[in-house]
Design a protein around this ligand. Structure first.
Ligand SMILES: Nc1ncnc2c1ncn2[C@@H]1O[C@H](COP(=O)(O)OP(=O)(O)OP(=O)(O)O)[C@@H](O)[C@H]1O
Ligand SMILES: [Mg+2]
Length: 247
């Protein structure tokens, strides 16, 4: 019997590591990471500050080359930045000379050379979801840090990428906005399933949002544990069949 496509590893990390400093006396930032993420799975990553979470995300994004092992997406080795990946960086990296709306539309323009009225409507709808409807025509420096971070989230979602990599996307948000935007993200993910890697320092957030939680050790970052989130309160449907329950 052929395996359902959704159960095949979509993102695979085989013995992946990275050392910034070639001096062998200094430990690598990340080492020996084995990780398979299924298509449309939501995986959260937690671990102490400096354990290599952002380094791991950058390697999956193709922005940083592993110095050990390899990263592949759908069986193809990642050798550079991919245009089917949306990234929310730990710090919002907005273009200061563009309005908020033009910032979120920028990746579409970069990818396709243009965007249309429908894209602008989707941008406005996502900005409204993020509570930014009255800021679409403002410049980034007129927004607070948390608002800029929300613009970064909208920018990644607008591309509707197959793979969404989020590096502490909610860290600059107040508790209430953070919870609401987490639910909004789940809704978007259910409507347009995507494979998500979500870095957070909040274990509660990881458990609320993710199918599995990767716990990393302190430097050099390794996989300490992979925890399946299978709580009765975890009511949201999984977008893929559970391979363990297949007879
Ligand atoms: N460009 C770089 N050059 C040299 N060392 C780096 C570089 N980027 C990160 N490091 C080091 O690699 C280690 C892992 O950094 P990384 O940013 O991946 O950690 P993190 O888990 O994301 O931390 P945080 O939770 O604070 O964001 C740290 O010791 C850091 O000092
Ligand atoms: Mg980080």
């Amino acid at each position: 019997m052929t395996e359902p496509a959704t159960n095949r590893p979509f993102v695979r990390l085989s013995g992946v590591g990275h050392r910034y400093d070639p001096n062998p006396a200094i430990p690598p930032a990340v080492t020996g990471i084995e990780l398979d993420i299924r298509r449309h799975e939501f995986v959260a990553v937690v671990g102490p500050s400096g354990c290599g979470k952002s380094t791991l995300l950058r390697m999956i994004a193709g922005l940083l080359t592993p110095t050990e092992g390899q990263v592949s997406v759908f069986g193809k080795q990642v050798s550079g930045p991919r245009d089917d990946v949306g990234i929310v960086f730990q710090k919002p990296t907005l273009l200061p000379w563009l309005t908020v709306r033009k910032n979120v539309l920028f990746p579409l323009k970069h990818k396709f050379g243009r965007y249309g009225r429908d894209d602008e409507k989707r941008a406005d709808a996502l900005l409204a979801m993020a509570g930014l409807e009255s800021f679409a025509n403002k410049m980034p420096n007129e927004l607070s840090g948390g608002m800029q971070q929300r613009v970064g989230i909208v920018r990644a979602l607008l591309l509707n990428p197959d793979i969404l990599l989020m590096d502490e996307p909610f860290s600059a948000l107040d508790a209430m906005t953070r919870e609401q935007i987490g639910f909004d993200l789940l809704k978007i993910w259910q409507e347009n399933p995507k494979t998500v890697l979500f870095i957070t320092h909040s274990i509660a957030e990881a458990v609320l949002l993710a199918d599995r939680v990767l716990v990393m050790s302190k430097r050099p970052g390794t996989v300490l544990e992979m925890v399946d989130v299978d709580l009765p309160s975890h009511a949201r449907p999984k977008p893929y069949p559970n391979p363990d329950s297949a007879s």
